[in-house]
Design a protein around this ligand. Structure first.
Ligand code: S3P
Length: 196
């Protein structure tokens, strides 16, 4: 019980230390569809006590259409232009955990904005895991192209400040790894060295 309480205090200390050290920047999750950006991002945001924002959801509400409808009615270039605008707007706002769509990093301006206003985290998952997780999805027009797109995108994902291996482990395990990597990246001392 006492140990549990000490552990909790240490965790809360780390969480608020990370949130402070972000200093107005967002944590930006990048990676292929199926990497777990939304589910991991939501939990990470709750741990850090900052909002979670999903760029795909924001694009859909700005357009008043679903992603498949946008692709079908206007085509992919139109979707990409909207995606770049929405991400720029979100990065201009309050710090958050921002889940980006799988193709967002292919836009050079988006990459520059992420580097300037965020700390990028690549959720890197094996292609077989991505295919397995997404095969029944009907809301992702490019789902059949995962194997083809992955090698084209990897060099850009790999420019991220933090890389975490997203795999079939409990979400909390992955979130803990991101927290640890953020603490290292932000040079936050280990819990026992922190002042309460
Ligand atoms: C896309 C990924 C999707 C969505 C759109 C295009 C892609 O987002 O933005 O269907 O090009 O990989 P998620 O990665 O969040 O599924």
């Amino acid at each position: 019980m006492v140990n549990g309480a000490v552990q909790k205090t240490a965790e809360n200390g780390l969480e608020s230390a990370i949130a402070r050290a972000l200093a107005g920047r967002s944590v930006v999750l990048v990676g292929m569809m199926g990497a777990g950006k939304s589910s991991i991002g939501r939990r990470l945001a709750a741990r850090l006590g900052i909002p979670f924002v999903d760029a795909d959801t924001e694009i859909e509400s700005a357009a008043g259409m679903t992603i498949p409808e946008i692709f079908e009615k206007h085509g992919e270039p139109y979707f990409r232009a909207g995606e770049a605008r929405v991400i720029a707007r979100l990065l201009d706002g309050k710090p958050s955990v921002l889940a980006t769509g799988g193709g967002a990093v292919m836009d050079a301006n988006t990459r520059d904005l992420i580097a300037a206003k965020g700390i990028s985290v690549w959720l890197n998952a094996d292609v077989d895991v991505l295919v397995k997780r997404t095969k029944r999805r009907t809301d992702r027009p490019l789902v059949e192209k995962i194997k083809e797109l992955m090698p084209l995108r990897e060099p850009f994902y790999a420019q991220s400040k933090i890389v975490v291996h997203s795999r079939d482990e409990p979400h909390d395990t992955i979130v803990n790894e991101i927290m640890g990597a953020l603490a290292t990246h932000l040079r936050i001392p280990a819990a026992k060295e922190q002042t309460p």
